[in-house]
Design a protein around this ligand. Structure first.
Ligand code: SF4
Length: 264
């Protein structure tokens, strides 16, 4: 008898839960969130440091929105995750499934198998939240996505520089998917970088919506490298929006509303 050497795809998860989307084009909609473990970036303002490594366990909400989590061990097989998603998917409740993290595209092999099944099981659109720096992995799952929210990382805020990766990424997204950009802005945002970001997006299409998201200041204990994270002033926000609107049609300023609602 020949042994089956084909390993079944698995993913490392942080949590699965139902919540209101607090950012970007889908703000206010209800989503089933699948938060993946692992991130290959190290943004200064990161409020999800707990996703950077694989935890032994993940937490799974039993009833949508009730935070009655049960604990399961990692990694997770596709049929198991499908069962959890089906349990969340009460009639008429959710608008879409959100793939978040960490960086979900680090699990592209798993997603390629999982997403077509999740789509046919729930009928829900699939929304990807990503750092927008892994175009090859995006191409692997493109047919199974409906919309993408790409974080455009400004080097002065994130400590990382991914201009060419962002360009390639956007070229794959647009116009194939509903696409929008999120840019975190802080008191220390470099205005030249904002201008460069606006030109990069406009080069793909001035119709792509851009959301400027004033950083939510972190508590001292949460700050990486002890670099203080300060929100921009109202005058800075008004000036930067005006600057970007010179090359883009839609530049909206929206803070992280899920934090105002005290949600996950
Ligand atoms: S991409 Fe997101 S999860 Fe990764 S370090 Fe940046 S803010 Fe944190």
């Amino acid at each position: 008898m020949t042994a089956n050497t084909t390993a079944e795809p698995t993913a490392r998860l942080i949590e699965v839960f139902s919540a209101i989307q607090g950012e970007g084009l889908n703000v206010g909609t209800r989503q089933i969130f699948i938060r993946f473990a692992l991130c290959d970036l190290r943004c200064h303002f990161c409020d999800s440091v707990h996703t950077w490594h694989t935890p032994a366990d993940c937490r799974i909400e039993r009833s949508p929105g009730l935070r009655d989590f049960e604990i399961h061990s990692n990694p997770v097989l596709i049929p198991v995750l499908l069962e959890w998603i089906e349990r969340q998917n009460l009639p008429c409740l959710h608008d879409s499934i959100s793939l978040t993290g960490g960086e979900p595209l680090l699990h592209a092999g798993f997603l390629k198998e999982f997403l077509p099944q999740a789509r046919s099981l729930t009928g829900l659109p699939i929304y990807l939240e990503t750092g927008g720096h892994r175009p090859e992995q995006l191409a692997m799952i493109l047919p199974y996505l409906d919309s993408v929210g790409m974080d455009l990382k400004l080097p002065s805020v994130s400590g990382e520089s991914y201009w060419s990766e962002h360009m390639k990424f956007l070229q794959i997204c647009y116009p194939n998917l509903e696409t929008f950009i999120k840019i975190i802005i802080s008191h220390h945002t470099d205005v030249a970088e904002l201008e460069q970001a606006a030109l990069l997006v406009a080069d793909i299409s001035p119709d792509i919506p851009v959301f400027l998201q004033p950083v939510t200041p972190l508590a001292d204990s949460e700050q990486l490298n002890k670099i203080p994270i300060l929100a921009p002033t109202p005058a800075q926000v008004l000036t930067w929006q005006a600057l970007m609107k010179k090359s883009l049609k839609q530049v909206r300023v929206i803070p992280q509303t899920h934090k105002m609602l005290n949600q996950l």
